[in-house]
Design a protein around this ligand. Structure first.
Ligand SMILES: [Zn+2]
Length: 459
C-alpha cells in the first residue's frame, strides 16, 4: 500500500485531475437524489441503456450485452449490463447511495414572525445542527399539484439566484448560548430558513408571508396548500471546489455518498463485452435507515432481476434466487479518513484509512463490538485482493475509527441477506456529514479504477 500520488506518471496525474473535474461538475449539479438520478439516466441512455418498463410494455426479449435500467420513483435506480454467462451464475454488483444529509421543508413550511418569513424544516440524516447556520443555502425539489403536474424547483445555485440562510445568535449576546453543549446549541426545531422580509402592499396582517405566497404563485405556479405534496430539500449553495494549494482535495456538499455513486456509475457505463453480468445500484434513504419503497430494503432490485430473467425467457423463481446468491457486491459508502486534528479517534496500527492511499475496504463497520456489521468473508477479501492487484488499483483497508469511539452502518447487510458476497468499501473523507466534506482526488480516481477492475475481473 503506497501513496498513490508517488506512483503517478505525469499523464496519470493529469487523468486524475481531469476525472476529478468531471466529478465536481456532476456533484455541483446533482446535489439531491432526484437531481442525481436525472443526470445518471441521461448519461446511461447516452451509453445505450434502456428503461425496463419499455421492454416489458413491448414484450421484448433481452440478450447478452443488452443494457437496461429500472427507475424506482425517481429516487433510486438499478442499471444492468447483461453478460454472456447465464444470469443465475451471479452478478457483479456496485452499490452506493445518492441521498445526503440535509434539511427538508415540513408540509406546512411557510410562516411569518417579527415581519420576517421563514421555512420550517426537519433535518434528514445525522447532522451537527450548528454547522447549518450562517452558510448560503439552496433549495431543490418538486412540488406536485393535485392535477399530477410536477413543478421542479432549483433556487440558489445559478449566478443570479438568491440564496437562503439560517441565522445564528450574534456573539455579543451569546454568553448563555456559548455555555450550551454542542448537541443543544442549535436545536432541530430552530433550523428555520429565512425567506423574505418585504410585505405585500396594502396587506394588514401576515403581509410578508402573503408577499412570498404571491411570489410563489407568480414565479413558480403553486399555492400554499401545494406544499403538502412537495419534497423540497435545503442544501448548501455553491459548487464543489478544488481544495489546497496543490488542488489535491475536493471540498463539496454530498460526497457521502455521491462520490461512490458517481465513480460506480462511470465504471459501469464504460464496461464492454462482459462475461459476467454487471449491476450498478444507486439508492435513496440510506441516511435514514434504508427503509421505504426507494431504500435498499425495498424489493425493487430483486423484482428488476426477475423482470430481466423473464425477458430472457428464464423466468423461474429459482433462477432469480440463484442469481442473487451467486453474486458479489461492493457496497460502497464513504468512510472516515485519518484526520491529524482529531487523531485520538483514529484506529491505530495502519487500521485507519488515509487520504491518497486509494479505495478503502472495510471488512466490517458497526459499533460497540461490531454490532450491526456485515463482516465480509476472508475468502471474498482474498478474491478482491487479487482482482485489485491485477489492475494496479491503489487500495487500503480500515476501520470506522478507534474501537468504541462511535460507529455506523451501510446498505451492505441488506444485500448480504441474499447470501451473496458483500464488502463495504469507499472513498475516505474528512468531516463527513458536514455541509462541505473533503475527499482526495487520488482516492476518487482509484475508487473508479477499483470498480472497473471489479466489474471486469470478479468471478
Ligand atoms: Zn453514506
Amino acid at each position: 500500500m503506497s501513496l498513490a500520488w508517488q506512483d503517478y506518471t505525469e499523464a496519470q496525474f493529469q487523468e486524475v485531475m481531469d476525472f476529478a473535474q468531471e466529478y465536481m461538475d456532476f456533484l455541483s449539479k446533482g446535489k439531491t437524489e432526484r437531481r442525481f438520478l436525472k443526470l445518471a439516466i441521461e448519461k446511461a441512455e447516452a451509453a445505450g441503456y434502456r428503461n425496463i418498463e419499455e421492454i416489458i410494455k413491448n414484450k421484448e426479449t433481452l440478450h447478452p450485452q443488452d443494457k437496461v435500467y429500472m427507475n424506482q420513483m425517481n429516487k433510486s435506480i438499478a442499471l444492468m449490463h447483461i453478460g454472456n454467462e447465464p444470469l443465475e451464475q451471479g452478478m457483479n454488483i456496485l452499490g452506493a447511495h445518492i441521498d445526503s444529509p440535509r434539511l427538508d421543508l415540513k408540509q406546512h413550511p411557510l410562516y411569518e414572525e417579527g415581519d420576517l418569513a421563514f421555512f420550517d424544516t426537519h433535518y434528514y440524516g445525522g447532522v451537527k445542527k450548528y454547522q447549518w447556520v450562517t452558510i448560503p443555502l439552496a433549495i431543490y425539489g418538486v412540488v406536485v399539484l393535485k392535477s399530477g403536474k410536477v413543478i421542479d424547483i432549483e433556487i440558489g445555485d445559478k449566478e443570479d439566484d438568491p440564496v437562503f440562510v439560517i441565522s445564528d445568535l450574534l456573539i455579543h449576546l451569546a454568553s448563555k448560548q456559548m455555555e450550551k453543549k454542542a448537541t443543544t446549541v442549535i436545536t432541530g426545531e430552530s433550523l428555520n430558513v429565512t425567506v423574505g422580509s418585504i410585505p405585500l402592499k396594502g396587506e394588514k396582517t401576515q403581509a410578508v408571508k402573503a408577499n412570498i405566497l404571491a411570489l410563489l404563485k407568480d414565479k413558480y405556479g403553486f399555492e400554499e396548500e401545494d406544499f403538502i405534496s412537495a419534497e423540497l430539500e435545503v442544501v448548501p449553495a455553491g459548487k464543489a471546489r478544488s481544495c489546497g494549494l496543490d488542488s489535491s482535495l475536493i471540498l463539496g456538499y454530498g460526497h457521502d455518498d455521491k462520490v461512490c455513486a458517481y465513480t460506480s456509475l462511470q465504471a459501469m457505463l464504460e464496461a464492454k463485452d462482459l462475461e459476467r453480468t454487471a449491476v450498478c445500484l444507486l439508492v435513496d434513504k440510506e441516511e435514514v435507515g434504508s427503509q421505504g419503497a426507494t431504500g435498499m430494503q425495498s424489493k425493487f432490485f430483486e423484482n428488476f432481476v426477475a423482470e430481466v430473467l423473464y425477458a430472457m425467457g428464464e423466468g423461474q423463481d429459482i433462477q432469480c434466487k440463484r442469481a442473487m446468491l451467486h453474486s458479489a457486491m461492493l457496497s460502497s459508502d464513504v468512510c472516515a479518513a485519518h484526520d491529524p486534528n482529531y487523531a485520538d479517534v483514529s484506529s491505530p496500527n495502519d487500521n485507519m484509512p488515509k487520504f491518497g492511499y486509494g479505495l478503502a475496504f472495510n471488512k466490517y463497520t458497526g459499533a460497540r463490538g461490531k454490532s450491526g456489521c456485515n463482516d465480509a468473508n476472508a475468502e471474498y477479501i482474498a478474491q478482491l485482493r487479487a482482482v485489485m492487484d491485477q489492475e494496479n488499483v491503489h487500495w487500503q483497508t480500515g476501520e470506522l475509527g478507534k474501537v468504541d469511539a462511535g460507529g455506523g452502518g451501510t446498505i451492505a447487510y441488506i444485500l448480504a441477506n441474499y447470501g451473496m458476497r458483500v464488502i463495504d468499501c469507499g472513498v475516505p473523507l474528512h468531516n463527513m456529514h458536514a455541509p462541505h466534506e473533503i475527499a482526495s482526488k487520488a482516492d476518487v480516481y482509484e475508487a473508479y479504477k477499483g470498480y472497473k477492475a471489479f466489474i471486469k475481473n470478479m468471478k
